[in-house]
Design a protein around this ligand. Structure first.
Ligand code: GDP
Ligand code: MN
Length: 362
């Protein structure tokens, strides 16, 4: 029992090396991955990386979400890769499909339009469902109601450094709401009317705008000159900065709370998830920048992270050495190599340091 001799000289263990899946990490937290069956290989690669760099010492569970049932192969292989418990959840159709109040003709037209304008992923209906789901429904899934914290993982990503601590514990003890690694500019033609919708929301619900918000991070113009004036109603324009939401460590209670849900419902009713191609990244970020205390948003500067096409690694040589960072993506083919993003013109990180982080640089 246990080891089995194959016809070759290879020996395989037919059981997971993680026979005891008892959680060791102290937090009420889970990994969560929305993923398609066809992405099994990329899911396993992401899991391998995160398990080896972090989770094998903590054994937090994994929750997999899908709009169609997971295959047996998917379940088997990801469970063997996981160190903790695994859960496979089918998303209820009303949480995934286009809402009924969306006008189908207008939607079809917007798809044609987006194809003409070469909007990134503009042709894809399922991508719009995905962004809509990630914006307003992931945190409502029944399995996630059991948890306070989530760590969003996508297929085909890589974590470049050892964590060496439990990021969930950091979030809790430092009283954080949301953690990110990469901050970047959004493609403007995906969100033509998002900002005016957000402004209408702030007008309707001024009491929901947090007094210590980070609107200065996402608006440029007058506010740059006079950033001591608290911005509640802004006449300035969205500068397209947002946290890249394919990596998130967050407080589910923030998303489940009244403020965020009023915000999401308001955006949803405006129709831009389907008449335009609003992404969940700017939607999450703007929500946090408006509704949360900016001191509760944490930049994980010591977690190297790669999601095609960008790579971000700690800037400190000492941190990189101590955390065994490998600051290039796993692909040996030059193509998969991520472009370092933090010094890139598309990055918004320096703007976060300047306006967002609540730290003062004088
Ligand atoms: P990108 O990161 O913007 O290029 O988009 P991805 O293709 O990585 O999609 C974002 C996330 O949503 C990933 O975790 C995907 O696996 C997941 N996803 C995208 N579309 C679908 C879908 O139609 N069904 C399911 N189950 N997951 C999806
Ligand atoms: Mn992705």
């Amino acid at each position: 029992k246990g080891h089995q001799k194959l016809s070759s000289n290879a020996y395989i263990e037919h059981r997971s090396p993680f026979r005891d899946r008892t959680q060791r990490g102290a937090e009420n937290a889970t990994m969560v991955m929305l993923v398609r069956n066809s992405e099994l290989k990329g899911a396993l690669e992401s899991m391998r990386s995160l398990e080896d760099r972090f989770n094998r010492n903590y054994r937090y569970p994994w929750v997999f979400l899908n709009d169609v049932p997971f295959t047996e192969e998917f379940k088997e292989q990801t469970t063997l890769m996981a160190s903790g418990e695994t859960f496979y959840e089918l998303i209820p159709a009303p949480d995934w499909d286009m809402p009924e109040f969306i006008d189908n003709d207008k939607f079809e037209k917007s798809i044609e339009e987006a194809i003409k304008k070469e909007v990134i992923y503009g042709f894809s209906k399922s991508y719009r469902n995905m962004c809509h789901f990630n914006s307003g429904y992931f945190y409502k899934q029944e399995r996630l109601l059991n948890y306070d914290w989530y760590f969003r993982v996508e297929p085909d990503v890589e974590y470049m450094c050892d964590f060496q601590y439990d990021p969930f514990t950091l979030m809790r003890t430092k009283n954080m709401t949301y953690g990110f690694v990469i901050a970047i500019h959004e493609y403007e033609n995906t969100i033509p009317t998002l900002w005016e919708t957000v402004e209408k929301f702030m007008e309707k619900y001024p009491e929901l705008v947090h007094p210590n918000n980070s609107l200065d991070f996402i608006t440029s113009g007058e506010s740059d000159l006079n950033h001591n004036v608290p911005l509640v109603r802004s006449s300035s324009k969205y500068n397209l900065c947002h946290f890249w939401s394919n990596f998130e460590i967050g407080d589910l209670n923030f998303f489940r709370g009244e403020a965020y849900n009023k915000y999401f419902d308001f955006l949803d009713q405006a129709g831009g998830f389907y008449y335009e191609r609003w992404g969940d990244a700017p939607v999450h970020s703007i929500g946090l920048n408006i509704l949360a205390d900016k001191n509760k948003i944490h930049h994980f500067e010591d977690i190297g992270y790669y999601h095609p096409p960008y790579l971000s690694c700690p800037s400190s040589v000492d941190v990189k050495a101590a955390k065994r960072c490998v600051c290039r993506s796993r692909g040996s083919d030059g193509e998969k190599l991520g472009a370092p993003v933090d010094v890139n013109v598309y990055s918004c990180l320096s703007r976060w340091w300047r306006y967002g982080s609540g730290k003062t640089f004088l």
